[in-house]
Each structure stands twice: as structure tokens, then as C-alpha cells.
Design a protein around this ligand. Structure first.
Ligand code: ADP
Length: 162
């Protein structure tokens, strides 16, 4: 069972802290690293489980750096109808179309019940399960040799910036 704690928080701060956490690792591999905020700064942009959102983005950025030798990693979010669309994009090895589903399914049950609690990398199966538990969807667009973009959407309950 996934327990969610919904709170409202500052998305810009989450984007900044991910940047500070990964920038050295990305630059050490000579990769450009950047992000985009798709909403103006607000004290309360989004109501969702901040920790789970951060874990999912951390996992995707970690993978992006791991599977990229040259080029650039970028991430961000933007409003898209009644959802907020997040992405993590790399110029890495890419993923063959035949694996676009299976990468989210490997060891799904075993992973969900164990690694989430053991502080190991979440893995894509758990990342997708977290997103789905927050009423969102996750998918990948990727070409071998061209890079990958992982997307996920979350319901966007617009709040008034306090
Ligand atoms: P792990 O990285 O521990 O194998 P994940 O669930 O995070 O587990 O990823 C599953 C697989 O999906 C990886 O082994 C890799 O083959 C592929 N993959 C994930 N992210 C990327 C990426 N950004 N670029 C290329 N392949 C990726």
C-alpha cells in the first residue's frame, strides 16, 4: 500500500534543490544540466505528495545521468489542461521501442514491496506506481541512439499563490 501525504508546496524550490543535488554529478560527466519552471513562483503551486514527487524526479534524473555519455539532461514541468506535465530528457543511449513498456514492469511486485522501504534506487516500476497512486500517468518517448524523455502527469489542482 502506498500512503500519500498531500500538501501544498513551492515547486520552484523542489526544482532548485534537485538542481543543486545533481549538478556536480552531471558536470563531472561534462553534461549540460538545466531545468525549466512552467509556472510563476508561488508559495503553493501544487497539492500533491512532495516527497514522492521528489523521489520520482530523483530516480529519473539519476537514470538520465547514468545512461548519457554526451550532451544534455533537462527537466521541468508545465501546465497541460488539467494536469501538470513533468519531464526528464536526456541525450543518452535511448531505449528500443519494444522495451518501452517492459522497463516499467520489471520485478514490479517484488520491487514495490521491498526496495521502496530500503532506500535503494526506486526503479521505474515503483516510480510509475507512485505516480499512479497520485492519480497520474508515466510514459517514455525514446529512440535508440537519440536519447529518452520520461514524462509523467499529475492532476493540477490550481491553488491561489499565497
Ligand atoms: P535500473 O536502472 O536499476 O536497471 P530502472 O527501473 O531505473 O532500474 O530502469 C530499468 C531499465 O530501463 C534500465 O536498466 C535501463 O535499461 C532502462 N532505462 C531507464 N532509464 C533510462 C534512460 N534514461 N536511458 C536509457 N535507458 C534507461
Amino acid at each position: 500500500m502506498v500512503i500519500l501525504i498531500f500538501k501544498c508546496f513551492i515547486l520552484h524550490e523542489l526544482m532548485d534543490s534537485l538542481y543543486l543535488f545533481f549538478v556536480h554529478e552531471a558536470h563531472a560527466k561534462n553534461l549540460a544540466f538545466k531545468y525549466e519552471n512552467g509556472l510563476p513562483y508561488g508559495k503553493c503551486n501544487l497539492i500533491t505528495d512532495k516527497i514522492k514527487l521528489e523521489q520520482v524526479l530523483t530516480n529519473l534524473i539519476k537514470n538520465a545521468i547514468k545512461f548519457t555519455k554526451n550532451g544534455e539532461i533537462s527537466y521541468g514541468y508545465k501546465p497541460n489542461k488539467n494536469t501538470l506535465l513533468f519531464w526528464v530528457k536526456d541525450t543518452g543511449v535511448g531505449i528500443d521501442k519494444k522495451n518501452h513498456q517492459s522497463i516499467f514492469e520489471r520485478f514490479r511486485q517484488a520491487e514495490i514491496s521491498t526496495s521502496a522501504e530500503h532506500g535503494s534506487g526506486l526503479g521505474l516500476a515503483i516510480s510509475r506506481a507512485f505516480v499512479e497512486s497520485m492519480q497520474g500517468e508515466m510514459w517514455v518517448e525514446s529512440e535508440p541512439g537519440q536519447g529518452s524523455t520520461f514524462y509523467f502527469s499529475l492532476p493540477f489542482i490550481q491553488t491561489r499563490s499565497a
